[in-house]
Design a protein around this ligand. Structure first.
Ligand SMILES: [Zn+2]
Length: 126
């Protein structure tokens, strides 16, 4: 979910929490894929038929590609969440994460917000 949609629909704090959960779910998927790769390499020597070996190679490839995708997705989501979180404190009254969306760019990652406590406005950039 984009930052602008998240602030608009569920608020910044819940967007941040859900983005962290999604990023860590991708990390778990990456870990499971690495286990799949190691298990497939371990089983390589036990297969004698060509079809079993092809299945093993296909498993290694699928787990490697999926694991790399999951790792990249984890890093991207985590960077997005942490970047926004580091800019979510009101510069005037220092309250954290109580944002009201004013304006968003076309991609939805760069937003103008104002503090729901004091009304001060600022920009959160990716
Ligand atoms: Zn404020």
């Amino acid at each position: 979910m984009l930052l602008s949609d998240g602030i608009r629909r569920i608020g910044f704090r819940k967007w941040y929490e859900r983005t962290l959960l999604a990023s860590h779910a991708h990390l778990v998927l990456c870990f499971l894929c690495f286990i799949g790769v190691f298990a497939a390499f371990e089983a390589t020597g036990r297969f004698t038929s060509v079809s079993d070996r092809l299945t093993d190679v296909a498993t290694i490839l699928i787990c490697t590609v999926t694991g790399a995708w999951a790792l990249r997705r984890y890093l991207r989501l985590m960077a997005r969440a942490e970047s926004a979180a580091n800019q979510a404190e009101c510069p005037r009254c220092h309250v954290y994460g109580r944002l009201v969306l004013q304006k968003a760019d076309a991609e939805g990652d760069e937003v103008e917000v104002h503090c729901s406590k004091c009304g001060h406005g600022w920009r959160i950039e990716p």
